[in-house]
Design a binder for this molecule. Structure first.
Ligand code: G3H
Ligand code: 13P
Ligand code: ZN
Length: 309
């Protein structure tokens, strides 16, 4: 099956109330681990590439490796640009064969976000590619937050409606309390499901996207820290909350940090347990297995997209 857009996978996810995992890729091990896990679970999957991943791995290498994954599996796979910073980067990915792009103009004011997003939508749609856009701010955990401005950074449901009408974007990333990286919450984890419900009420047919949605798996954090790592107090979005999000209108859940942790934890364990190892296959192989197990867990137990291919 060739690369697909996210259109049909999102339509079914909205009808049947589950989410599709969007996993960031940087090299061959990530691509094989994610697509093998999805294939074994008969799940649709989104492979996403950030502009810094493109800089690192080079777009032509990524395209060929994704092509190989598509040939080796029998599931719907979408290739998506994560956090496209501008029109030019989106255009480059569309011209290279991506089936989906994100234009992230959320740092600009509303009107400028609309203008940039619309420009990308027009180009993408004329090339059969779908567009994810973002409205709202995914706060860093260290941001100074006071009650007066707290609500301002979450997505405003009325604005979300206007934004989708005016831009024609195919899916919308919203801010309901998640954030990128391994330190998501200072205290207790909390997501604004009330805002999600209001957005879905206004936009029942628009797939909603959750960024910064790694659970920062405690076992992997411990494995890192017990083998020479130093990431104390790392904390993510609990699985139950992600499951709840998938059941309540979130169609795409983004995961990068958990896969980085899986790879790093496993490599640290191998090095710590056998310092004589210097054949990269002896640590990248186990790292690939641990990434695959992590993706499998999410697909089967959290996002519930298994057997939806
Ligand atoms: O949301 C951002 C992703 O985790 C990608 O991060 O730009 O370091 O590749 P990156
Ligand atoms: P995490 O840092 O929580 O994995 O989020 C990844 C993400 O949102 C990629 O766009
Ligand atoms: Zn993101």
């Amino acid at each position: 099956m060739p690369l697909v857009t996210t259109k049909e996978m999102f339509e079914r996810s909205m009808r049947e109330h589950y989410a599709i995992g969007a996993f960031n890729i940087n090299n061959m091990e990530f691509i094989q681990a994610i697509t093998d896990a999805a294939n074994e679970s008969k799940s649709p999957v989104i492979l996403q590439v950030s502009s810094s991943a493109i800089k690192y791995a080079r777009i032509n290498y990524l395209m060929k490796m994704v092509e190989a994954a598509v040939e080796s599996t029998n599931i719907p796979i979408a290739l998506h640009l994560d956090h496209g910073p501008d029109f030019e980067t989106c255009k480059m990915c569309i011209d290279s064969g991506f089936t989906s792009v994100m234009i992230d103009a959320s740092k600009y004011d509303f009107e400028e976000n609309v203008r940039i997003t619309k420009e990308v939508v027009d180009y993408a749609h004329s090339h059969g590619v779908v567009v994810e856009a973002e409205l709202g701010t995914l706060a860093g955990v260290e941001d100074e937050v006071n009650v007066a401005n707290d609500d301002a950074r979450y997505t405003n449901p009325d604005q979300a409606y206007e934004f989708v009408q005016r831009t024609g974007c195919d899916s919308l990333a919203i801010a309901i309390g998640t954030s990128h990286g391994a330190y998501k919450f200072k205290g207790e984890a909390k997501l604004r499901f009330d805002i999600l419900a209001k957005v879905k009420e206004k936009l029942p047919n628009t797939p909603i996207v959750l960024h910064g949605a790694s659970s920062v798996i405690p076992e992997l954090v411990d494995m890192c820290n017990n083998n020479g790592g130093n990431i104390p107090g790392a904390k993510g979005c609990p699985d139950e909350m992600l499951k709840q999000a998938g059941e309540n209108g979130v169609s795409k859940i983004n995961v990068d940090t958990d896969l980085r942790l899986a790879m790093t934890a496993e490599i640290r364990r191998v090095f710590n347990e056998d310092p004589s190892i210097f054949d990269p296959r002896k640590y990248l192989g186990p790292a690939r297995d641990t990434i695959k197990a992590t993706v499998s867990h999410k697909i089967n137990d959290v996002f519930c997209s298994a057997n939806k291919a």
